[in-house]
Ligand binder design. Structure first.
Ligand code: NAD
Ligand code: AKB
Length: 314
């Protein structure tokens, strides 16, 4: 098995590459990113290539030279940056995905493509959002996510490309910083709690969103890619979640460990609007039924583990 990971120095890639090198062997996981100035552990623990995903020729050359059979496509622009730079978000998210799917089609590769809670919009049912429901997102990031889901379905139906994917909620991790999304507060709050005993939150205290701790997220990717295809009715864009909370609730959980910690609120209207257009909580029963999805971490266990790791780091 030879796996190429695009955008491998980002928040998910930094954890996933190390996790998969542990399972499949360091030389079988080829990490790639636009530049080589990110997570040095990923770059030096196995093969690394500089790949811009808008360059389809370079992706094809790399797939051939390493005899790649699976591409994990993580290169992307996230929601908050995407609202500031919508043209860039469209270019990287759509043309990058198109290039990856074309290379997969001609080289018989399986593909993993993450979608997001951002693929839903204000008209979507907000609580226990169903697997199959109305998707009219109002951000450029969300437009590219729902288009990406449909494109993956198309490549499977038309060309039999084994494209699989998950709709991730906000991911919380300590391996690297998040890359410019709306859920990033749920990572930043831990660093600020430990460094300054306070955090100035850009969302209202009652803003519910789904979240997941990174060990569950990387486990989900591996589990889905190894799942028996005969059990997969949906295959692509499975709802997955582990917890749903708002800023006030995560602050209260942190306070149990750092009693002096205080949260304040200074709302950023762009990110608040984005968060308000996303679900409060997802129904992930299709993932549980079709490939036995079951997260390990809840708000309490995630908070304890994050504080332990970040304390060691800083
Ligand atoms: P990130 O922003 O942390 O990392 C993205 C990586 O892509 C970066 O290392 C960046 O250098 C790279 N990149 C940007 N442009 C590129 C280009 N042209 N060519 C090659 N690489 C390029 O993102 P992430 O959080 O790791 O997210 C990865 C994927 O998961 C994305 O598709 C994102 O939409 C999805 N996702 C993430 C979350 C989350 O909370 N992190 C939630 C839902 C979905
Ligand atoms: C973002 O906030 O943009 C991401 C996501 C939920 O897709 N973390």
């Amino acid at each position: 098995m030879n796996i190429l990971v695009t955008g491998a120095l980002g928040q998910i890639g930094s954890a996933l590459v190390q996790h998969m090198r542990g399972i499949y062997g360091s030389n079988n996981i080829i990490a790639s990113d636009l530049n080589s100035d990110g997570n040095q552990e990923v770059i030096h623990s196995g093969p690394f290539e500089k790949i811009d995903v808008t360059d389809g020729k370079k992706i094809a050359e790399t797939v051939k030279s390493y005899n790649i059979d699976t591409v994990i496509h993580l290169a992307s622009i996230l929601s908050a940056v995407g609202e500031h730079k919508p043209n860039l978000a469209w270019d990287i998210n759509m043309n990058g995905l198109f290039n990856v799917l074309e290379v997969a089609r001609y080289n018989r590769c399986a593909v993993f493509v993450p979608s997001s809670i951002a693929a839903f919009g204000p008209q979507t049912p907000k609580d226990h959002t169903p697997q199959d429901t109305l998707q009219r997102p109002t951000t450029m990031y969300g437009v590219t996510k729902v288009s990406g889901e449909i494109l993956c379905d198309y490549y499977y139906k038309k060309y039999k490309v084994d494209a699989r994917g998950l709709r991730f909620p906000g991911l919380i991790s300590h391996e690297s910083q998040p890359g410019g999304g709306t859920t990033d507060y749920a990572v930043h709050i831990f660093y600020e709690a430990l460094k300054n005993k306070g955090y100035n939150c850009y969302l209202r205290e009652d803003t519910y969103m789904d979240m997941m701790y990174m060990p569950d997220a990387v486990d989900a990717i591996v589990k889905l890619m190894e799942a028996n295809p005969e059990r997969l009715i949906h295959r692509n864009a499975f709802n997955v979640t582990a917890m749903s909370f708002n800023p006030k609730q995560i602050a209260n959980e942190i306070k149990k460990h750092i009693p002096e910690f205080e949260i304040q609120y200074e709302v950023d209207l762009i990110r608040q609007d984005i968060a308000d257009s996303w679900p409060n909580s997802l129904d992930d029963s299709a993932a549980r039924e079709q490939w036995d999805w079951s997260p390990k971490y809840d708000l309490a266990s995630m908070t304890e583990d994050m504080l332990k790791h970040i304390r060691q780091k800083i």
